[in-house]
Design a protein around this ligand. Structure first.
Ligand code: NAD
Length: 249
């Protein structure tokens, strides 16, 4: 199936590693030029180099998505390098887990700011380029945790919030040729998760809750992003796709 992504341009935030890096590699394999952008600029450079070594087109920029000026500069750098911005994947995210009574205000603000304010800044900077061309895709990475996990009041709130943001935004830009969707991954086995000392226990606990018998990989999210980003998904907007192996609650 031709996804029609060749020569289009994607920004993937938080793409130095993990799901974001794999998503960027998948989009590059589909012929897209990709902007690798992350708080960790050195790791972003390494990811971009890896894509270019495989014959792909990529640039790397350090950017904190909470900072409007840095986001504007990052989007401008992508536009200057590749001449257009077609797809924005709001993937940057993090956890600061604590039960509510132990969670301090900084833990709350950090997780909500990176997820929600970050997506807000990135959309405001990238959307005009999409609207100008009459075609665009915004894909916001939520999480199954939007339904709640103990110790994750901040993260669950942020990931539920991104679903509302997605829905509201979709109404504003659908008639300008831009779709806005969320993807809610379940358990995805990144290198970081695999490096945890209690990895075997984590995996066994998750697999007991999944419908399918195997764990999700970063490429499962990357493939879903590629489809939603594609011309083939033109009739899909304002929704959330669960990439969870059948786990919802
Ligand atoms: N791994 C999972 O099982 C899983 C499940 C559901 C949802 N998610 C979501 O997928 C996304 C990627 O997760 P991951 O597991 O690959 O995480 P990860 O920690 O491996 O990668 C996240 C990246 O975001 C970057 N980042 C953090 N704060 C940032 C900021 N302020 N500005 C720019 N970049 C910033 C980090 O430097 C890091 O490189 C996140 O939004 C996460 O919440 C992950």
């Amino acid at each position: 199936m031709d996804l029609g992504l060749k020569d289009r341009v994607a920004i993937v935030t938080g793409s130095a590693r993990g799901i974001g890096a794999e998503t960027a590699r998948t989009l590059a394999q589909e012929g897209m030029a990709v902007v690798i952008t992350d708080l960790d600029g050195d790791a972003a450079q390494e990811t971009a180099k890896g894509i270019m070594a495989q014959g792909g087109r990529a640039i790397a920029t350090a950017c904190d998505v909470r900072n409007e000026q840095q986001v504007k500069a990052m989007v401008a750098a992508g536009h200057e390098a590749f001449g257009r911005i077609d797809v924005l994947v709001n993937n940057a995210g993090l956890v600061k887990d604590r039960t509510l009574l132990k969670m301090d205000e900084a833990d709350w603000d950090l997780v909500l700011d990176v997820t929600l304010k970050g997506a807000f800044h990135c959309c405001r900077a990238a959307l005009p380029h999409m609207i100008e061309k009459g075609w665009g895709r915004v894909i916001n990475i939520s999480s199954r945790a939007l339904f709640g996990n103990p110790g994750q009041a901040n993260y669950s709130t942020a990931k539920a919030g991104i679903v509302g943001f997605t829905s509201a935004m979709s109404y504003e830009v659908a008639r300008k040729g831009v779709t806005v969707n969320a993807i809610a991954p379940g358990y995805i086995e990144t290198e970081y998760i695999k490096s945890l000392p209690n990895f075997d226990t984590i995996q066994a606990n998750v697999l007991a809750k999944n419908q399918v018998s195997f764990p999700g990989q970063p490429s499962d999210v990357g493939d879903a992003v590629a489809f939603i980003a594609s011309e083939r998904a033109r009739y899909i907007t304002g929704t959330t796709l669960f990439v969870t192996g059948g786990r919802y609650g």
